[in-house]
Design a protein around this ligand. Structure first.
Ligand SMILES: [Zn+2]
Length: 245
């Protein structure tokens, strides 16, 4: 290995370290995002809960109003009862009054049921609020961990980025752009060594994807300084010093 491949390999060593830092940061970021989703889910549940309470309160108010109206009717019917002139009129008024009373007691038990439901829903709402407080605290903790990782590794990252820039200066633009593209595609892993599959046979493979590599590609790699890309994964192939003989 020499020339461009050697320089690219140096770049790969730096890139691998940068990718490790990036992955560490991404893992922490994922945790932050997951915690934030938990907060959002709690807020959504709370909103549904609030609407359920509201809907029952509206019904409860309407029923209460109905009860009041019917109670008024009952007292008028009671008055009329006192003034009834015949047994028949008395019996008729009594029937109407009893029906109204029966309707009212049905409504009152509906109201009681609604009150119980509201109580249960409110307790659920309070539990959701308590959960949300915990989730919010967890977001803060995970954000703190993310910041800590970023700060702890900032100097290292900046140093590596400077070395990468310096190293990149030694590489022709075309080779560099191929490297950068493949690195982006494979999470920082732009290069793959070629290995000999069997000590006695001339069979080679790309360690990036295990695809068998033709003898022609291997001999080109050994002879000159041309870039050879794996036809399957696209990684820049190289032969490690002393390997693949
Ligand atoms: Zn490959």
């Amino acid at each position: 290995m020499g020339g461009i491949l050697e320089a690219l390999h140096q770049l790969q060593v730096i890139e691998t370290q940068l990718a490790a830092i990036r992955r560490q940061r991404e893992a922490k970021q994922k945790r932050v995002d997951m915690r934030k989703r938990q907060v959002q889910a709690a807020e959504d549940r709370r909103e549904t809960n609030r609407r359920a309470v509201q809907e029952r309160q509206v019904r409860q108010d309407a029923y209460s109003l109905d009860v009041a109206t019917r109670e008024e009717a009952v007292s008028k019917q009671r008055e009329a009862l006192g003034k009834a002139k015949t047994n028949k009129a008395y019996a008729e008024i009594l029937t109407v009054m009893n029906t109204t009373k029966a309707d009212n007691s049905k409504l009152e038990s509906e109201i009681l049921k609604l009150m119980e439901e509201i109580q249960t829903l409110e307790a659920e709402g309070a539990a959701i609020d308590a959960e949300k407080v915990e989730f919010v605290a967890a977001v803060e903790v995970s954000e703190g961990q993310l910041k800590e990782v970023e700060e702890k590794r900032r100097a290292e990252r900046e140093e590596l980025e400077a070395s990468r820039a310096k190293c990149a200066e030694q590489i022709p633009p075309t080779a560099l752009s191929i490297f950068t593209r493949v690195a982006q595609h494979h999470d920082g892993e732009a290069m793959a060594p070629v290995i000999k599959l069997h000590p006695k046979r001339h069979e080679y493979a790309c360690t990036g994807c295990n695809l068998q590599i033709t003898l022609e590609v291997v001999s080109t790699l050994k002879k000159n300084n041309e870039l050879q890309l794996c036809s399957s994964c696209g990684r820049v192939l190289y032969i490690e010093n002393g390997a693949a003989g």
